[in-house]
Design a binder for this molecule. Structure first.
Ligand code: SF4
Ligand code: SF4
Length: 420
């Protein structure tokens, strides 16, 4: 359901908010050049540089002149990018974990709110995404639902209302209906005819990305220390803002280089291999990765909705009708989702147990972003199951700031010591 600015907020209130915004003293936004350089130098792979350069150029990329195609912003891992590609637009995922933007977000919105929401608000309100035509916000957690209203002063919003039961048989009809409405909206918005072929081509494009991602995921689990966690999460973070074809091409190059390196250089990795779960990890929020790296520990796998959850599942089309394609998209995005906002804890726990069984990880670290209750609840349920199975588990709670780095290090170090 598209929300028009004038329906949600009177013009006079919109004006007041914009006037306040103009008078705020905005902090300087870092271009992150130092962080990027540090991780680039740490990488054994020269093809990783491409992804770090995307980060360095991202301010320019989001300026009005950054792209030739219309750019459509969205949040979460529930929006079918394929429909956006089929409309001839570039999808850009706006979930953000930048501490400076989160602080700006606090100028407008309650400070006691999840940092992802504050960071997204800060980025959009400071016009970081100048080139975005409209933003799709799904009804995921409560914060995301209210975000649809919070952003009305800044952008045109499309609100995607999805039922919270991830059971495919019960909900597929409703999800497909919501995707069909969105398809109708984007056709009208850009006055485009979107054919079945356009939709199938878009699915082929994202499936190429999924194929290379799966190879890399498996490679990392089996060959620790070659594609390190910084390179991996930088690749996945840049998939938010890059064309899927372009991203796949460079990921394939990186993978070829990693395979060559592993065949010449048998890894003598002796550290612990961890499965990371919980809240998403998005550049530059690498505090937990920094600590694990410093302690000689490899994140061999993850379930994050910014990485594995986003890129692992393909679109599998059984029936090449428009409805069949939309149903296949809902199967990819909602039925497979491990987002804690949905009913479907069995699916999440099954996936964790499968990954541990397949890749023999030494333990699980669950990273919970402070002030996110759904992830916290999900983490507690997981803890009981893993404890019963005697799988080592550590729950950590943190935010985007660096103040608790020492404390985190002490807890993770103690956890690594108990691993066999
Ligand atoms: S976990 Fe769910 S609500 Fe959070 S960003 Fe991912 S899809 Fe969105
Ligand atoms: S699910 Fe949690 S971390 Fe994600 S946006 Fe909602 S409150 Fe924030």
């Amino acid at each position: 359901m598209p929300i028009r600015k004038d329906q949600l907020m009177k013009e006079v209130y919109l004006k007041a908010i914009r006037t306040n915004l103009m008078h705020l003293d905005m902090p300087r936004i870092s271009d992150m050049a130092e962080e990027v350089k540090k991780y680039m130098e740490h990488s054994p792979l020269k093809n990783s540089h491409f992804f770090y350069e995307i980060i360095l150029n991202s301010n320019h990329r989001h300026s009005k002149k950054g792209f030739k195609k219309p750019v459509v912003g969205y949040f979460c891992n529930l929006i079918p990018e394929e429909i956006i590609y089929a409309a001839g637009c570039l999808p850009v995922r706006l979930c953000s974990q930048n501490d400076t933007y989160a602080k700006i977000g606090e100028e407008f919105f309650p400070a006691d709110m999840c940092p992802v929401i504050k960071s997204a608000c800060g980025a959009i309100s400071t016009r970081h995404y100048e080139n975005i035509d409209f933003v799709i916000v799904p009804a995921a957690c409560d914060g995301k639902t209210k975000l649809a209203e919070m952003l009305v002063p800044f952008k045109e919003i499309y609100f995607l209302d999805l039922p919270k039961d991830s059971d495919y048989l019960k909900s597929a009809g409703i999800w497909t209906g919501e995707y069909a409405k969105f398809l109708g909206f984007i056709k009208n918005r850009y006055d485009r005819r979107i054919t079945r072929k356009d939709l199938i081509d878009a699915c082929t494009l994202t499936n190429r990305r999924t194929n290379i991602f799966r190879e890399i995921y498996e490679f990392r689990a089996l060959h620790p220390g070659i594609i390190n966690a910084f390179d991996y999460f930088t690749m996945t973070s840049t998939s938010f803002i890059s064309d899927a074809g372009f991203w796949s091409e460079h990921s394939e190059k990186l993978y070829d280089e990693a395979k060559k390196l592993s065949s010449h250089n048998h890894s003598d990795f002796k550290g612990k291999r961890i499965l990371l779960s919980g809240s998403s990890i998005i550049f530059p929020n690498y505090k937990v990765l920094d600590v694990l790296d410093e302690l000689g520990c490899d994140i061999g796998g993850d379930t994050q909705c910014s990485a594995y959850g986003r890129l692992y599942d393909p679109v599998e089309i059984d029936e090449e009708t428009e409805e069949g394609i939309l149903r296949a998209l809902s199967l990819k995005y909602v039925a497979a989702s491990m987002c804690p906002c949905f009913l479907g804890i069995d699916k999440f726990i099954d996936r964790i147990l499968d990954l541990i069984e397949t890749y023999k990880f030494d333990g699980v670290i669950y990273n919970n972003l402070r002030l996110c209750q759904v992830f916290e609840i999900q983490g507690s349920l997981l803890k009981h199951v893993l404890r019963e199975k005697e799988i080592p588990f550590l729950f950590i709670k943190t935010d985007l700031g660096k103040e608790d780095t020492g404390q985190l290090k002490t807890r993770i170090e103690a956890f690594l010591e108990i691993l066999k």
